[in-house]
Design a binder for this molecule. Structure first.
Ligand code: DLL
Length: 435
């Protein structure tokens, strides 16, 4: 089943033509409306009117996360604020997040693309879709919400705040058939099911749509067995749109990229030179319909491959493989994305904590644990006072929860040992989770 068969199965030549037309209109728009692109193109002597094919796009400069951050909050918007009807923000960067804006047209496209991916895994208006992504500045909750609603499914906006037992109770009582969330949260829910000695057959789950963080085939199998559903991968980036950028169809042989809205490229992260299909590199996207927050050749930081060959589902859109890694050290845990340096910045505001930080990630009972190891400065007047040190610990844990949304276990370790562990970078990340 296709939501929009005419588009999803366009012949390559027609699709390329559509992409070029949309790209040209888009380039004219950003040149006119976004000072950042106008200045950059002028400086480099780029005439957007000369971009007549997709090869010419590859000659344009890439946009980086740093470019977006420098334009915080609204500098990259392609329309006046009065035309923006929704704002979201990307998580997981040093310093300021990136604020993304959507026009009414953008929201319509977004919902249609999410509906498209739900249909591609057999979801219909007969389904009850429980959305366990966070409803917040994060794009997951509302992105899936409006897509599922457009499709006509019954939407249960459970969000990710509820504890796993509550999610389960809703799932059982409301007879949920489709679960959308992060794979790690799905595993947490599955673990709660086991703890309650419930059998997946007591639920009505049929399909799971999971994404927003890396996961593996092994984790897919675990979730499927424990929850009794068929699980699909879904990929998105808030700077590009949110969920709905690419998703698996029932064939599960890579995620179809919605090429009628986004042009995907793979580049060498060091030289920015394009790589061919089948070669791993950094994923770069150009939005070709976005009005609120258009981006040209945005470097996602995600390492993946574009896959060759036809898909048995009949869709012609190119597929991407699983995200295999990152070009930076973005940490994804407890459904939150952050850079280690961001956590360190919070810690460094604490006068009596030394700047070295070790982050240890693990998984317990299906949930991510984050241990943060730091050393108390020897100059601290209370260095040997256990009660004061405990107070300090509680304060740091609280600050990390309110400012970054993560629950950490804070461990004080000896400063020399820590120094050895973190080396010259001052921060280390050890990941013991098996995806
Ligand atoms: O994670 C949007 C989203 C919401 C996608 C719901 C899927 C479902 P950000 O918070 O901006 O947006 O994070 C984007 O998350 O660059 C990847 O590193 C990672 N990521 C997203 N989906 C996947 C996936 C949303 N399926 C960043 N597999 C991206 C691996 C993923 N990594």
């Amino acid at each position: 089943m296709m939501y929009d068969a005419a588009t999803e199965s366009l012949a390559r030549a027609e699709l390329t033509q559509l992409q070029i037309e949309r790209l040209q209109a888009m380039l004219r728009r950003v040149y006119r409306n976004v000072a950042f692109y106008r200045t950059r193109f002028d400086q480099l002597g780029i005439d957007v009117e000369q971009v007549r094919d997709l090869e010419a796009l590859q000659q344009l400069p890439c946009t980086t996360r740093a470019d977006l951050q420098a334009a915080y909050p609204y500098g990259m918007f392609g329309v006046p604020l009065r035309d923006i009807v929704r704002l979201h923000a990307s998580s997981g960067t040093t310093g300021k997040p990136t604020v993304v804006g959507y026009t009414r047209n953008d929201l319509q496209h977004w919902s249609a693309l999410v509906a498209r991916q739900l249909v591609s895994v057999g979801v219909s208006e007969h389904d009850i879709v429980q959305i366990a992504f966070s409803y917040s500045l994060f794009t997951g909750g509302l992105g899936f919400h409006y897509g599922a609603e457009l499709l006509g499914a019954a939407v249960v906006p459970a969000s990710s705040g509820a504890n796993a037992a509550d999610q389960l109770a809703i799932m059982r009582d409301y007879k949920t058939t489709v679960l959308a969330g992060t794979p790690s949260y799905a595993l947490t829910i599955a673990t709660a099911l086991e703890e309650q000695s419930l059998h997946p057959e007591e639920l009505n789950l049929r399909v799971g749509v999971f994404g927003a963080e890396p996961w593996s085939e092994a984790l897919r199998e675990r979730i499927e067995t424990k929850l009794g559903l068929r699980a699909y991968d879904t990929y998105g980036v808030s700077e590009i749109m949110g969920p709905g950028v690419a998703a698996e169809c029932e064939q599960r042989c890579g995620m179809h990229i919605n090429e009628d809205h986004f042009i995907a490229e793979i580049i060498d992260p060091l030289t920015e030179i394009n790589r061919g299909t089948g070669e791993e590199g950094e994923l770069v996207f150009t939005t070709i319909t976005k009005e609120g927050f258009p981006v040209i050749r945005y470097r996602t930081g995600d390492l993946a491959v574009l896959l060759d060959g036809d898909c048995d589902c009949g869709r012609t859109f190119v597929r991407m493989g699983r995200v295999e890694g990152r070009t930076d050290d973005l940490v994804m845990a407890q459904g939150i994305k952050f850079m280690p340096s961001q956590l360190r910045e919070v810690l460094m505001r604490q006068r009596w904590i030394r700047p070295d930080t070790a982050i240890v990630l693990d998984r317990k009972d299906g949930s991510d644990t984050i241990e943060v190891q730091v050393a108390v400065s020897e100059e601290a007047p209370f260095f040997d006072e256990i009660s004061r040190v405990s107070e300090l610990r509680a304060e740091i844990v609280r600050t990390l929860r309110t400012e970054m949304g993560i629950s950490v276990k804070l461990t004080f370790v000896e400063s020399a040992t820590l120094r050895q562990k973190v080396g010259t970078k001052g921060v280390s990340v050890t990941d013991h989770r098996q995806r």
